[in-house]
Design a protein around this ligand. Structure first.
Ligand SMILES: C[S@@+](CC[C@H](N)C(=O)[O-])C[C@H]1O[C@@H](n2cnc3c(N)ncnc32)[C@H](O)[C@@H]1O
Length: 148
């Protein structure tokens, strides 16, 4: 993520005359937010790009309030992608090369402490002509931090 993205988002927030938007730049593995301060975390196509997905889930858990939840959409794989694909920088940018195995992805969520993990939507894709693309699945997952 770049400072220009934050500037664009800030300009859009200004255009909408919002008074409840605060933008922070940071890494998902080290979220610049106090612990237990957040009701809901949403994310689309970011964690698949992280090499340290377990840290991202731990961080989401840390910032959520007890009873808080996340709703995350991401690309996962149903079996291991060919090494040639995992090594391609271009496929990292497409969120494909870093995609975790679905079972590993769900295990990382549970290991971080989340409960009531539910797949809200699952669909094949993103599409393309290469055979290995049939291994890709788009998930939308919701999970909760246990209420105290
Ligand atoms: C596929 S885009 C998705 C963007 C947006 N969520 C959307 O739905 O349009 C992935 C975004 O994740 C950001 N990103 C990649 N690795 C990250 C990390 N470790 N921490 C935070 N953001 C990251 C990238 O800069 C990029 O903006």
């Amino acid at each position: 993520m770049t400072p220009r993205m934050i500037t664009l988002a800030r300009n859009n927030a200004n255009k909408l005359e919002t008074s409840n938007v605060m933008l922070k730049r940071g890494h998902i593995e080290q979220i610049p937010q106090e612990e237990t301060t957040v009701d809901l975390v949403i994310s689309n196509g970011v964690i698949a790009l992280s090499e340290w997905k377990h840290m991202a889930f731990s961080e989401i858990y840390r910032v959520l309030k007890p009873g808080g939840r996340f709703v995350i959409s991401d690309v996962v794989t149903t079996s291991l992608l060919p090494e040639s694909v995992r090594d391609q920088t271009g496929q990292w940018v497409e969120c494909v090369a870093g995609a975790a195995l679905k079972s590993d992805y769900l295990s990382m969520i549970e290991s971080a402490g989340f409960t009531d993990v539910e797949i809200l939507e699952e669909r094949s894709g993103p599409e393309g002509h290469e055979e290995w693309r049939s291994l890709l699945t788009s998930l939308t997952i919701r999970a909760f931090k246990r209420a105290q």
